[in-house]
Design a protein around this ligand. Structure first.
Ligand code: NAP
Length: 342
């Protein structure tokens, strides 16, 4: 079997340190793993959060990065779904496995097969890099926490509605599309500059989250027992989403950050883990990453959104990408180019 000993990586030398590029670890895939030669890696809020105020200790020096696209260069003995040279995207699990070989900001990364998805030729690898964490997290929220039916190519309308607060965020953009593919009607919030974006993804109702009457406007389109996903999950959005859910009958509020206290007794704020579909709830990973996403991407039914803003210049640009995202983005995702796609 080939050994990729020429790896390069964007290392975080110690807790809270800035990125330093140097030789990377040699991939050593298990039987269910796929080694990807990374062309593009997307930056996520978790990168600057783990750099600034780590949620938990990591074995430094460590490598960050969860979202990659590139070509398959090595396959574990059990993996039959992919071919060497195939264009794919993958969701790296290094933050939970604590293994640097399984992180995104390096030339070769190792990803578990269930979190790898073929990318059709008409979708640039740079754009597909926006997908992995966003799709996995939206899936965990919708199909684990909120128990929507799995997405299908021809969904039967359920007659039910879901509010996805923050539809122009990365997680929100995928959540809108997956909820529509599960047969739900979607209401969402976004800045006015992103209303066309969220409508193009399938949202039926859009409210500006900066509108002082946003909560009342949303309540006009929701019914009792509709669902709520807070795909921003800042303290103020949890308050707003709790109030909305509390007033339409309560239940679980799917939340992407640590749950705040809520004054609504009928609301339970539940933390969503984006890696659950690949590590815990394998039925969700199977339904979404193995079955729905490859077919939906090939048919043009699922759009990798928001648009990628590409930073050329390789691993040396990782810290710059993290710094840009720390300042905030609107309806776009920062993507580092490690190797330009021909
Ligand atoms: N638990 C997990 O596994 C997990 C996984 C992924 C992400 N997360 C967390 O989830 C959050 C979202 O991540 P992301 O990558 O999707 O974010 P992102 O794409 O960086 O979010 C940017 C978007 O947030 C929107 N936004 C900001 N404040 C808002 C508000 N008050 N109401 C509605 N929209 C607002 C902006 O909308 P406009 O510009 O349209 O105003 C902007 O388009 C982050 O805190 C991240 O750390 C958690």
């Amino acid at each position: 079997m080939s050994r990729y000993t020429d790896n390069q990586a964007a290392w975080i030398p110690e807790e809270k340190a800035t990125v330093k590029v140097g030789p990377g670890p040699t991939p050593d895939p298990g039987e269910n793993d796929v080694v990807i030669e990374v062309a593009y890696a997307a930056v996520n809020p978790t990168d600057f959060k783990m750099q600034d105020t780590p949620y938990f200790p990591l074995p430094y020096p460590f490598i960050f990065g969860t979202d990659v696209t590139g070509k398959v260069v090595q396959l574990g003995s059990n993996v039959t779904r992919f071919k060497i040279g195939q264009r794919v995207t993958g969701h790296c699990d290094s933050l939970l496995t604590h293994k640097a070989t399984r992180a995104g900001y390096q030339r070769y990364t190792t990803v578990r097969e269930i979190l790898v998805c073929a990318i059709p030729d008409n979708i640039p690898l740079a754009q597909a890099a926006v997908l992995p964490l966003s799709v996995s997290t939206a899936s965990s929220a919708l199909f684990k926490t909120l128990k929507l039916p799995f997405p299908t190519m021809h969904p039967k309308p359920t007659g039910k509605r879901i509010l996805i607060w923050g539809g122009s965020s990365s997680v929100g953009a995928s959540a809108i599309q997956l909820a529509v593919a599960a047969g739900y009607t979607v209401a969402t919030t976004a800045g006015v500059q992103n209303h066309d974006l969220v409508r193009s993804l399938g949202a039926a109702y859009v409210v500006d989250h900066k509108d002082p009457n946003a909560i009342q406007e949303i309540l006009k389109v929701l019914k009792q027992n509709d669902l709520v996903l807070d795909s921003i999950s800042a303290p103020n959005t949890q308050v707003a989403c709790s109030e909305i859910l509390g007033k339409i009958g309560g239940g679980k509020l799917a939340c992407l950050l640590w749950p705040e206290k809520t004054k609504f007794d009928n609301v339970e704020i539940v933390f969503v883990n984006g890696l659950d579909p690949g590590m815990v709830d394998l039925d969700i990973g199977d339904a979404v990453w193995r079955k729905y996403m490859p077919e939906a991407l090939a048919a043009g039914k699922f759009q990798p959104k928001p648009d990628a803003e590409i930073l050329e210049g390789g691993l040396e640009k990782v810290q710059e990408g993290i710094d840009i995202l720390r300042k905030g983005v609107s309806g776009k995702k920062i993507v580092i180019e490690l190797q330009k796609e021909a």
